[in-house]
Design a protein around this ligand. Structure first.
Ligand code: XMP
Length: 524
């Protein structure tokens, strides 16, 4: 793993709020690097990061509850500025000697949703944005509230439900907000967080993608020395950005391997090969393994069996190719920050496996190589920004996510080459229409699905008996939950007409209205 020296870091102590990641997003948007650490590991993170300020997150728990989480003492002993958000405000108050009472179930207790606060006193958090006497919209979501603040604090803003909407001890640079500045429903929240990290903690705000790229190039060179690196390309944005960055750092010490399983979308394999070999001149081994994958998929109709076969075969092919190029010392991966954050879960219990995910995740243990993961500190949209910084075309960087097992999980039941070809055509028409309508960037993921169902239709004067194509489009922030994209019906009718007219083998088109949960985004 590459370690980066970030001179100016903010530590976010996570108490398990649903929106802790948004705090990190806002801090980084202010040009300041930050990391999230669960409260149980915050002390170690503090030692490692030597932060310039600390933010305490919200939590589904309540401070008055027995065994609810606390911040480690180092937070208050460090002498650093602190911003406590919601639970963070309450736990800070409690740990510094104030009182927090539960409001659950009482009429005057909790406050949820949009609220208005009134600024009662000037405060460094409000610099350049809020004046005394003004009212501002914020987003509240709390059951408990501070009823007596700790010594040294003043009220600087109040709301009807939270008399201590914002409290401040300017001498120690301790601040607490009862509302959530990190969510978009608090319109000035991003500026408030920027005020905290830049003006109050004194961070310069120079953490940009350009600076990140330069620092990573240095770190990759140091880690790799004159060793050889191998990188599996999936056709997705993350592995592509990682590969281009590593190539910039170490040139031809990097070899990319693109295992083409024949389950890619229309013209996708050609695009990847053209971009890497043609445009970037990166050594690329293109393995055409379509026959191997499709022959192994023959007769498999169980979704998990299909996923497991594809994952296992991918690893075998990748290993063989790594051997063919004479082996490598390092394996590069496009692991992102959300995959490495150990967020606190208060739901308890082991999570059930909904789907066996296939990416290159199984490789490191098998191949006994050290990992190079230059994106492990970035969020998805930051990776896109870095991709642009590295000169990757916008159309490539902005692509919708595409799953490792490819079209196989969009063809419920047995996968055949014929079905893949039909689906590729329908999918290409759907995406072309979405792009033409200017909707591509408003959608998280859109794709066609080929159903294992045949229905009767009539074309010209003849009877048809062909397959049904499903269309899916969702909006999402992270793929964990998703809403259906509400197309105009004229748009869908046009896509349906084109698919039925232009794709032989499909005579009916349906639109999938299932959100996630209860559905998943992919069909298998
Ligand atoms: P689901 O279908 O679980 O998908 O709602 C959530 C997101 O994950 C993608 N996905 C995968 N990505 N390997 C991947 O790299 C996989 O095996 C895989 N399965 C699903 C899916 O496209 C969506 O963005």
């Amino acid at each position: 793993m590459t370690e980066l020296a970030h001179d100016e870091t903010i530590l976010i102590v996570d108490f398990g709020s649903q929106v802790t990641q948004l705090i990190a997003r806002r801090v980084r948007e202010a040009g300041v690097y930050c990391e999230i650490a669960p409260f149980t590991m915050a002390e170690a993170a503090f030692e490692r990061l030597q932060p310039k300020g600390i933010i305490l997150s919200g939590s589904p728990r309540g401070v008055p509850e027995p065994d609810s989480p606390r911040a480690p003492d180092i937070v208050f002993e460090s002498g650093l500025p602190i911003l406590g958000i919601c639970y963070g405000q309450q736990v800070m108050t409690h740990q510094l000697g104030g009182t927090v009472e539960t409001g659950h179930g009482t009429a005057e207790g909790g406050e949820f949703g949009r609220a208005f606060l009134t600024v009662t006193k000037a405060c460094a958090l409000f610099d350049g944005m809020w004046e005394v006497g003004e009212r501002h919209q914020v987003w509240m979501s709390h059951g408990d509230k501070v009823t007596k603040f700790a010594d040294g604090f003043d009220i600087v803003a109040t709301s009807d439900g939270a008399p201590f909407a914002v409290i401040a001890d300017e001498k120690r640079a301790y601040y607490g907000t009862q509302f959530h500045p990190e969510v978009v429903h608090t319109p000035d929240g991003a500026r408030l967080i920027s005020n905290f990290v830049r003006h109050i903690c004194g961070c310069s705000g120079e953490w940009t993608m350009g600076a990140y790229r330069d620092a990573q190039i240095k770190a990759i060179r140091e880690q790799v020395g004159d060793g050889k690196v191998i990188c599996g390309l999936s056709g997705g944005v993350d592995s592509a950005v990682a590969a281009v960055l590593i190539h910039e750092a170490i040139g031809d010490q990097l070899t990319c391997v693109f295992v083409d399983h024949g389950l890619m979308r229309m013209a996708e394999a050609e695009q990847v090969v053209g971009l890497f070999r043609g445009h970037y001149n990166i050594p690329l081994v293109h393995v055409d393994a379509e026959d191997l994958f499709l022959s192994g998929l023959a007769g498999l109709d169980d979704p998990e069996m299909k996923r497991k076969f594809i994952g296992k075969t991918f690893i075998e092919v990748f290993e063989e190719e790594a051997g063919n190029i004479g082996g490598a010392d390092f394996l590069a991966q496009g692991t992102l920050y959300p995959d490495v954050i150990e967020s606190v879960s208060f739901t308890g219990g082991p999570s059930v496996t909904i789907k066996s995910h296939h990416n290159v995740g199984g490789l490191p243990e098998r191949m006994n190589m050290e990992l190079v993961e230059p994106l492990r500190e970035l969020f998805k949209d930051e990776v896109r920004e870095l991709g642009r910084e590295l000169g990757l075309p916008d159309a490539f960087v902005g692509r919708h996510p595409f799953p490792g097992p490819g079209l196989a999980i969009r063809i419920p039941g047995e996968v055949t080459k014929e079905k893949c070809d039909i689906l590729r055509k329908a999918d290409a028409i759907y995406l072309e229409e979405i792009r033409n309508a200017g909707l591509y960037d408003a959608i998280w993921q859109a794709f066609a699905v080929l159903l294992p169902v045949r229905t009767v239709g009539v074309m010209g004067d003849a009877r048809t008996y062909d397959s049904v194509c499903g269309l899916r489009a969702v909006t999402s922030v992270d793929g964990m939950t998703a809403d259906v994209y509400p197309f105009e019906s004229a748009f869908l009718q046009n896509v349906a007409t084109r698919i039925i007219n232009e794709v032989k083998g499909i005579n009916r088109v349906v639109y999938d209205y299932t959100s996630k949960p209860p559905g998943t985004i992919e069909w298998e």
